[in-house]
Design a protein around this ligand. Sequence first.
Ligand code: ZN
Ligand code: ZN
Length: 318
Amino acid sequence: MQPFFLQLKLILPLCCVSLIWLVSTSFSLGVCQQQSSRQFRPLSVPALKKTIKQLKPINELLGEPQPGQWLAQQKESGQSFSEYLRSRPLTLTPARHTLYVQPIGNFNPSQQEIIKLSSEYLSIYFSCPVKILDPQSEDEIPATAKRIHPTQGNHQLLTSHLLEKQLAPKLPPNAFALIAFTASDLWPGDGWNFVFGYASFRERVGVWSLSRFGDPASDPESFRRCLERTCKLATHETGHMFSIKHCTRYACNMQGSNSLQESDSQPVHLCPECHAKIIFATQADPVKRIDNLISFSHRHGLKQEIEFLQKAKKILDD
Ligand SMILES: [Zn+2]
Ligand SMILES: [Zn+2]
């Protein structure tokens, strides 16, 4: 078994891959959609570059990374909005405009609610429909793709099987991406202990686990923390599917993370450069998006986000 930090070092790059989701409480087919009938004219690239300058003052620049943090171990150069544009990024298109969520296995009522709310958050964050598919039973997964961890004793599912056999063949034609969620733990193969998630950008499919985000049924704060972690993971990984690289300059949801502790210290909101990328990729109305994020954050206790979002809204409103 590898040392813990090595597990994380190897694991997190994989976490930086894909994703989405949701689920109605009953796990029936559901759709969340924002801005279905907008009159908004998408911002031009010059207008987006102007918003970067306007939003800069309210954003926190990163200092030197501390030992053990992502940037202390990974040499990444970051990605400006201009560099992002030159990379010919994947964006929503008239043909591929919906995020699909595939629940796999059993979820308790609190976990079902976490998935439902996270899907709503994804829909706001990326200003697109999120569609929840009927759940798949773990009975459909062969024994060769399941195991009990040899020392930790927890039930795990094999990520490569889920991506290649369960998800990729079912990618809907109008899907921007298909993301699976499971309450079971995940492992990617021999030599690995676990991963939080795994995805294929090329195939536009991913799978993510709630199993290490705490028990949302234990008390209200545990529910809030699990929701915040799930929303953060879902939006970070989906951001990668939109061709956004890790952020190295600002406190931002697109920072890399070496551990749950480091991820907990990072915001859910985006820095000005990544904000411009998302608005470009989704053609969203940035003011309406922020209004919806503020409303969600108030309703579900994401208090740390509200002050920043209100400052951003004031700037974007002017
Ligand atoms: Zn990442
Ligand atoms: Zn950023």
